[in-house]
Design a protein around this ligand. Sequence first.
Ligand SMILES: Nc1ncnc2c1ncn2[C@@H]1O[C@H](COP(=O)(O)OP(=O)(O)OP(=O)(O)O)[C@@H](O)[C@H]1O
Ligand SMILES: [Mg+2]
Length: 358
Amino acid sequence: MTDPILSVKSLSKRYGDTVAVDDVSFDIENGEFFSFLGPSGCGKTTTLRMIAGFEKPTSGRIEMGGEDLTRVPPHIRDVSMVFQKFALFPNKTVGENVGFGLKMDRVPKDKRRKRIAEYLELVDMAGFENRDPTSLSGGQQQRVALARALITEPSILLLDEPLSSLDLKLRKNMRFELKRIQDELNTTFIYVTHDQDEALSMSDRILLLNEGQQEQIGSPQELYSRPVSQFAADFIGDTNIFHGRVAGTNGNVVDVEVDELATTLTDVRNIINAGEGDRVAVSIRPENIGLSDANLGRDVEGRIDSVTFYGNSTRLLVEINGEEVLVEIGGRAETVSLDQNESVYLGLDTEQAALLEA
Ligand SMILES: Nc1ncnc2c1ncn2[C@@H]1O[C@H](COP(=O)(O)OP(=O)(O)OP(=O)(O)O)[C@@H](O)[C@H]1O
Ligand SMILES: [Mg+2]
C-alpha cells in the first residue's frame, strides 16, 4: 500500500452532550472514491466539515499527505467542497461562478477563460459561460458547482449529499457522471450519502457510520456480503435476520439452530468466533433463498403471503411459524407456482449467510 492521502486518527467531535463523531479512524488512498454512509445524524457531515477545516475536532488528528492539518485554516487546505444545496452566486454568471477560485488565486483573465471552458466541458456544460445560474435546472446547477469546486485542482473533493435534491432519474444519471469525472481527473473523492444504492454503486470503499461510531469499512462487496453487525446487514441492502443458538462448531464453520425457522442451518462461516451454545444472529439476503414447490431435502416449509413483481425480479413474503421471510427470485419466476397462500419450500444458501453477534 502506498502512503494514504488522508489519515484520520481517533477523531471525535462533541457539541455539549451530543457526541457527533466518536473515535473514528480511517485512511484514504490517493484517487479513491470513498463514501461516508449512514442514517441521518450519524456524523457524516460533521466528519466531512472537520476534514474541510470548518469544524475543529474535540480530539484526534487529521493528516493530509503526512502533514497534520490541525492548525491549517480551511482556505489553505488542498480540498474543495460541494454542498447539498446549490451554493452558486446568484449575481454572477455561470462562467464567473466557475472561475471564482482562479480569480482569488489571481490567475490572469485569458488563462481563466480557457480553464473555465475546459471545466464546463468536463461537466458537460460547454458554452454556458454567460448564463445566469438561476436560469439553470437543478442538475445543471450541480454540474456548475462541481466545475467550480474542481477548477482549482484540489487533491481531495468533498461532496456532501450533492445529488439529494435532484429527482431519482437525474440522480442515477449523475452517479455515472460523477464516476466518469472522478476517473478522468483521478482526484480523490470523499462522498457523503445516506443512500446505500448511491454508496454501493459509486464507491471504491465505504465507511459505514452509526451514531457517530464507525461500524464497518470496506468495499461495497465486503459490506454487502460480509456485514459485521446487524446494523450493517440491515442498513445495506435488504436482509432477513434470524436468531438462534450455535449447536456445534467445526473448524471455521458452525451449525446454528434457528428459532424462527425451527431448523438448523449448517456450515455458516464463523467470522465472530462463536462457541457452542452462544446466542447468535444470522443474516441471509433475500436473493440467497431459493424457492421450490417440493421438499428437496433440508428445506423449510412456508406459505406465500404476498408476491410483488419488479420486472427483473420478483419478491415474496413467505410466512414461516408466524414470521415473514423476504425472498427474491430473478427472471425464472414461472418455475414455481407463486400464488398467495400456496405452500412453498425455502432453500437457504448458508454459504452466503453472515453470522452476527446476537
Ligand atoms: N453545530 C452543531 N451543534 C450541535 N449539534 C450538532 C451540530 N452539528 C451537528 N450536530 C449534531 O451532531 C450529530 C451529527 O450531525 P451530522 O450533521 O454530522 O449528521 P449527518 O450524518 O450529516 O446527518 P444527515 O444525513 O441528516 O445530514 C447530530 O446529532 C446533530 O444534531
Ligand atoms: Mg449531513
